[in-house]
Design a protein around this ligand. Structure first.
Ligand SMILES: C[S@@+](CC[C@H](N)C(=O)[O-])C[C@H]1O[C@@H](n2cnc3c(N)ncnc32)[C@H](O)[C@@H]1O
Length: 173
């Protein structure tokens, strides 16, 4: 059953979603209302949607192709997904720096990481302003180095206006 209020998917995530191997499982981290969970379900993927408040997923909670996992990613608990890996890992509008290594590690061989969130400089335009929630210049690229191959990257000021970093990277090994 589709979620009626998940919101429009990010153009960046939509643009690269087709690179996720067909039928492979997807992780939507800090899924919120599930706009990307819905996008990937519509493309035929099963989705593990992680958030500290899974009630936001609404009707997606009734979708048997959605595994909703309630977890606080910032409370010092172990990474909630253990060694699990996914054909697609999607993170949008969320950053908790200590998780970046685990996020990259959650991409299976042949899989894809699609990430989009605010970057340093955004504090001039609005929230988030806390540097803990803003990517440093090139930070996503650094995390991928030697682990994932970057196929697309953008960093700059959007119409918002906002400073946003966007990355799509694949694990070829
Ligand atoms: C700005 S929303 C982005 C939601 C979604 N990714 C999207 O782009 O539509 C940030 C999400 O991060 C979740 N979140 C914030 N802190 C969290 C934490 N400590 N652990 C897990 N999820 C958290 C919030 O509940 C919220 O759903």
């Amino acid at each position: 059953m589709p979620s009626m209020d998940a919101g429009a998917a990010s153009g960046w995530i939509k643009r690269h979603a087709g690179l996720v191997p067909p039928g492979g499982p997807v992780l939507d981290l800090a899924a919120g209302r599930g706009r990307h969970t819905q996008l990937m379900r519509d493309l035929g993927h099963t989705v593990t949607a992680v958030d500290r408040d899974i009630a936001q997923l609404g009707t997606l909670l009734c979708d048997e192709g959605v595994e909703a996992m309630e977890a606080d990613l910032e409370d010092g608990s172990p990474w909630p997904l253990g060694e699990r890996q996914f054909a697609g890992v999607i993170v949008a509008n969320y950053l908790w720096r200590p998780c970046l290594g685990a996020i990259v590690g959650a991409v299976a061989a042949g899989g894809v990481l699609i990430y989009e969130t605010f970057g340093a400089g955004n504090e001039a335009f609005g929230r988030p302003r806390n540097p803990d929630f803003l990517l440093r210049p090139g930070e996503l690229l650094t995390h991928c180095q030697g682990r994932l191959d970057v196929v697309a990257y953008e960093c700059g000021i959007t119409d918002g206006p906002a400073v946003v970093q966007r990355l799509c990277a694949v694990r070829n090994n």
